[in-house]
Write a protein that binds this ligand. Structure first.
Ligand code: URA
Length: 445
């Protein structure tokens, strides 16, 4: 079938066949289908959707558009995690060594940050010497020997997604359940792990703004993974405010190390890591219940095993592991500028994406792929939704090396914090868990 006919078929609301999806994915990856036709089809998918079979076919076609990683030489079940992207989301840096300390084999391929969401690779590169460009063979060896590795996604992995994502980013076609689900899952499936835990974000800083949409995305991804023989679960978590207190790169690493050191026991970031870890320990059979799993994870944080895994992982990838004892080795920005509350009141809401954009304006993130980030800059939050603040009290500290954009970033940040005079209703952190066999909701949406 001609590409124009495939576009028209989707435009008219019909399901595409496996052959049509393969023709599109292969033709586009090889450069035979021009961007304007691919963009038209993507927009038709955004508007008309895809059924479960089409979504599974699209995922499979994208998974096999390039290389797939063979992790069988690890000689054990290998686990992975993925977050659909948020602000102040440093879960990977904590969960990977933490789960490894509980006996799991963690092989994580990560990407770079773009827009308001941070990227794990950028964070790790703020550790002096840390190398993220690691071959699949070395990844196998690191995971086999140490239980944990976080590396850059190879260029050859799911190239169709790379090209499609870049096009979606500039054609208003990111926000689509089948497109997001197939994008995430194609990379997970090509990365070759056996057990996958997903953190699906919901709220103003997430791709999915409503809890219902987030559960639907979680369900779609879990179904795709389970259908293809993976052990997979997803948790749906809040992204209406930054998850951790740090939004930057070295700042995020510092927070992750402090949590691995056993600090910040009440932190929502730590809690999400424990929940993700629980799912992995249960799916691998290392724990029979959530209570048992949580006890194992808490113990690894308390007795230093999780921090030790972080040290081993950093060292194995060429980084200066002394940062695990002395976070000042990460360096610090030259200016710390407090951003204060313009009035007294309760923090009612935050626009998490806008806070991420403010951090990006300071140089912590990228607007375009080519932008260079400054690892030391970012935002250290001092408040969460529900806190009462007096006028003039710091809401956050901006870490800066350059004041060029600071005023505009401060304006953007302050616009993102909504204050009111009465205490707001508490926001749940975790909305529920989606497993292959069913879902458990912790709150009514
Ligand atoms: N993350 C991805 O990898 N792909 C999407 O489409 C959205 C979030």
């Amino acid at each position: 079938m001609q590409m124009v006919d495939i576009i028209a078929k989707k435009r008219d609301g019909h399901a595409l066949s496996r052959q049509e999806i393969d023709d599109f994915v292969q033709g586009f990856t090889r450069g035979e289908i021009p961007d304007y036709q691919a963009a038209a089809l993507l927009m038709a998918i955004v508007l008309k959707g895809m059924d479960a079979q089409e979504t599974a076919d699209l995922t499979d076609a994208m998974t096999h558009s390039g290389q797939t990683v063979d992790l069988s030489a690890v000689g054990d079940v290998v686990c992975d995690k993925h977050s659909t992207g948020g602000v102040g989301d440093t879960t990977t840096l904590i969960l990977v060594p933490l789960a490894a300390a509980c006996g799991l084999k963690m092989a994580k391929m990560s990407g770079r940050g773009l827009g308001h969401t941070g990227g794990t690779l950028d964070k790790l590169e703020s550790i002096p010497g840390y190398r993220v460009e690691i071959s699949p063979e070395t990844l196998v060896q690191l995971v086999r020997d140490n239980g944990a590795a976080i590396v850059g996604q190879t260029q050859a992995l799911a190239p169709a997604d790379k090209k499609l994502y870049a096009l979606r980013d500039v054609t208003g076609t990111v926000e689509s359940l089948p497109l997001i689900a197939s994008s995430v899952m194609s990379k997970k499936l090509a990365a070759g792990t056996d057990v996958i835990v997903l953190d699906v974000k919901t709220g103003s800083g997430a791709f999915m703004h409503t809890v219902e949409d987030s559960f639907a995305l979680a369900r779609t991804m879990v179904d795709i993974g389970a259908h293809l023989g993976k052990r997979i679960a997803a948790i749906v978590t809040d992204m209406d405010q930054p998850l951790g207190n740090s939004i930057g790169n070295a700042l995020d690493v510092r927070e992750a190390i402090e949590i691995l050191q056993g600090r910040h026991v009440d932190s929502p970031l730590r809690e999400v890591c424990l929940l993700l870890g629980e799912q992995l320990l249960r799916m691998t059979g290392k724990a029979q219940t959530s209570v048992q799993a949580r006890a194992m994870l808490e113990q690894a944080l308390r007795n230093g095993d999780a921090l030790e895994k972080m040290r081993v992982m950093i060292q194995a990838q060429g980084g200066d592991a002394r940062v695990c004892e002395d976070v000042s080795l990460l360096g610090q920005a030259s200016i710390i500028h407090p951003v204060v509350a313009p009035q007294s009141g309760y923090v009612a809401r935050m626009q998490a994406a806008e806070i991420g954009m403010a951090a990006q304006m300071l140089g912590a993130g990228r607007m375009k792929k080519e932008d260079v980030i400054d690892p030391l800059v970012g935002i250290q939050m001092h408040v969460r939704v529900g806190d009462f603040v007096e006028k003039g009290q710091p809401l956050a500290d901006f870490y800066l090396n350059d004041t060029a954009q600071a005023e505009q970033a401060e304006h953007r940040f302050l616009q993102a914090i909504v204050m009111q005079d009465h205490k707001p209703v508490a926001v749940p952190l975790v909305f529920g868990v989606v497993r292959a066999e069913g879902e458990e909701r912790f709150f009514d949406a």
